[in-house]
Design a binder for this molecule. Sequence first.
Ligand code: 5GP
Length: 113
Amino acid sequence: MTRTIFTRIIDGEIPGDFVYQDDDLVAIRDIQPAAPVHILVIPRKPLPSLQELDAEDLELAGRLLLAVKRIAAAEGLGNGYRVVINTGEDGGQTVPHLHLHILGGQKLTERMV
Ligand code: 5GP
């Protein structure tokens, strides 16, 4: 399996601006921020997308969401933020390694839903 850019960042081969890391996941600032705060929460397990998340990953899924909440608080996003998981081609996913975008630091106006 080809190693993604995120696996290479997690393994220290490529630099990343880490804001959080633990045994299960890391969080880095997006290299092309779409908002004043734009952080990617990435499981160390290289699941290609949300579609490959399985029952055995239930605890991991919960940890990812709790990490989002904690990181958002640490980043001062108490007034709100958005979480996005682009999934697959139609979902606009460009890096095939599951990740959650945290977007905030301004009022987010553009929306589809
Ligand atoms: P996707 O389009 O798959 O939902 O999101 C991939 C995200 O990864 C994009 O927002 C893109 O800017 C970000 N990204 C791509 N390559 C790198 C990189 O090398 N470092 C960091 N920090 N972010 C990256």
